[in-house]
Design a binder for this molecule. Structure first.
Ligand SMILES: [Zn+2]
Length: 539
């Protein structure tokens, strides 16, 4: 009897142990951005080197998309899998199925992980790409050799809320090397962002090669020194800052982005923020210069002369070289912060206003933007600009990026123009994210992770019809106080993760604590990837 009891105890203990094991074995599903619909299911599926990766289309694009999954399994767990063409799912397989007849949106996907295998289905390769991003987040955030990777069983039906899920980067104030831009795109893809707004020219530096105007980079890309400390400081560092991208660099970045389903939207600033160009070609300013590449921040009175035909010819030449490099729909022309001080006194600007029947300098700016829009439209591009392009009348087909709050976006949507929301209070990732006393120097402001997370891109004052013009939202990264890639990463992450959820996940009640608990897992992946994120929320 005693022996029997012993057996019983051992049996009970084993059962308890087994149950605990089973519980430990099913990892929690923690995905950012939160999928549109998700059902946890019983059990797990283990990916091993014996798991077949099946694709139902043998196209190069399909191989490229699937390679992301294989690369990850190999890099993180040393598990190698073969990609095989197959029309149907098999036992112990990951079936990646392109199904063009699936009636869900282009970027949507359905992902099922069951004890039998994994099935990912989407109507386009971008949907499959996002499904794979989700699949990667179901895996443990560790980097070590494993014989199998255990995934929780789950059924996900996912689709993005907005078509424009953007991150911006200013490389004018501080040039960022191409290698970092590629990393920036990798991190964007991880968060399912699909638009990279590349701010390429500034008062403090022109950063893109234009073959017809070599001085733009020879002279315009280099400033002799930089202000030390905050605006208003009298101290300069005496160190020249330069750097620019060749057109070959641009092609490489654009192709790299396209492989990650990210559209690159270039920005060439006009008519303001143009001292980089004016330093190289002073004849394009109202006074004729001389000008120098700015060494401090802010807004400068010297801008392109809007009266001279040479200005339009120059900018059209610049756009002519750049348009073929950027396959996306939109081209950003800036349009913000353009003082009218010089135009008010310039005889050529005044003559232009007279000739064109323009009643104010705002109308002169509107004329300027409309000419650029006409040129862009004739060359197959749509114009987008900062919300100042509303002043003096919006160009007929222009889209507006609303940065001075939401009013510009609201006004444009009410006029049935497309809008991207980037209000400073919620989307400016250059603002402080924690106590300035303990943080590296930043431009100012305060934007916590929680506040980014709370953002609702569609203003309540828009009707349902008007709200269709809100394409999405974007985080802006101005680099006056970000001298290095590490500092950019610090300012962008993890706030961009919160923004990713704002633009991807469905509208609805938001649970910041739940987001934060999911973020803990994602930051472990950040650690593995070497992202220098801000840990203020994780102390
Ligand atoms: Zn002028």
């Amino acid at each position: 009897m005693k022996k029997y009891l012993n057996h019983l105890i051992i049996l009970l203990l084993s059962f308890t142990f087994w149950s605990c094991q089973a519980e430990v074995r099913r990892p929690e599903v923690q995905i950012i951005p939160q999928p549109a619909s998700m059902t946890n299911m019983e059990g797990t599926f283990a990916i091993s080197s014996g798991t077949k990766i099946l694709i139902n289309s043998d196209s190069p694009e399909m191989h490229k998309v699937t390679a992301n999954l294989c690369r990850y399994l190999e890099n993180f767990y040393e598990i190698k899998n073969k990609i095989t063409f197959s029309g149907a799912s098999e036992k112990n397989s990951i079936f990646i199925k392109l199904n063009t007849r699936l009636s869900i949106s282009k970027e949507a996907y359905n992902l099922t992980v069951s004890p039998k295998g994994i099935m990912l289905e989407a109507p386009s390769s971008s949907g499959l790409f996002y499904g794979i991003q989700t699949l990667l987040q179901l895996m443990p955030p560790i980097k070590q050799k494993l014989s199998e990777v255990v995934l929780p069983a789950v059924e996900i039906k996912d689709t993005p809320r907005f078509a424009w899920r953007g991150l911006h980067l200013d490389v004018g104030r501080h040039f960022m090397p191409k290698e970092f831009i590629l990393k920036y795109l990798d991190y964007m893809a991880l968060h399912k962002f699909n638009t990279f707004h590349w701010h390429l020219t500034e008062d403090q530096g022109w950063r893109v090669e234009i073959k017809k105007y070599a001085k733009l980079t020879e002279i315009g890309s280099i400033r002799k020194e930089t202000l030390v400390g905050h605006y208003g400081s009298k101290s300069y560092d005496g160190t020249p800052v330069g750097g620019f991208y060749t057109q070959e660099d641009i092609k490489e970045v654009v192709a790299y982005a396209a492989d990650r389903f990210i559209t690159v939207v270039p920005e060439i600033e006009m008519p303001g923020h143009s001292l980089g160009a004016l330093a190289a070609y002073p004849e394009l300013g109202c006074t004729g210069g001389p000008y120098e590449v700015a060494t401090t921040w802010g807004v400068f009175d010297d801008v392109y002369c809007a009266g001279k035909e040479e200005t339009y010819a120059f900018l059209q030449d610049v756009l002519t070289e750049l348009i073929p490099l950027f396959p996306g729909e939109y081209f950003h022309i800036g349009g913000d912060e353009c003082p009218k001080t010089r135009w008010q006194k310039c005889p050529i600007c005044k003559q232009k206003m007279k000739d064109e029947g323009l009643r104010s300098e705002h109308e002169l700016q509107s004329y300027f933007v409309q000419r650029m829009e006409k040129f862009l439209n004739e060359n197959g591009k749509k114009l987008i600009g900062w919300d100042e392009i509303l002043e003096g009348g919006l160009a007929p087909n222009a889209a507006v990026m609303s940065w001075r709050g939401e009013q510009g976006g609201i006004a444009a949507a009410k006029q049935h123009h497309n809008v991207v929301m980037t209000p400073g209070d919620y989307c400016y990732l250059d603002h402080y994210q924690a106590d300035p006393k303990t943080e590296p120097l930043a431009i100012g402001g305060f934007l916590s992770l929680k506040k980014v997370y709370s953002y609702e891109p569609v203003p309540s004052s828009l009707t349902e019809d008007e709200s269709k013009y809100v394409l999405g939202a974007q985080g802006n990264v101005w680099t006056e106080y970000m001298k290095s890639p590490e500092q950019v990463e610090y300012m962008v992450y993890p706030r961009a993760a919160a923004l990713a959820e704002v633009v991807w996940s469905p509208k609805g009640p938001k649970d910041f604590d739940n987001f934060k608990s999911r973020l803990v897992k994602l930051t472990k992946l950040y650690d593995l990837l070497g992202i220098n994120y801000c840990k203020a929320e994780f102390k």
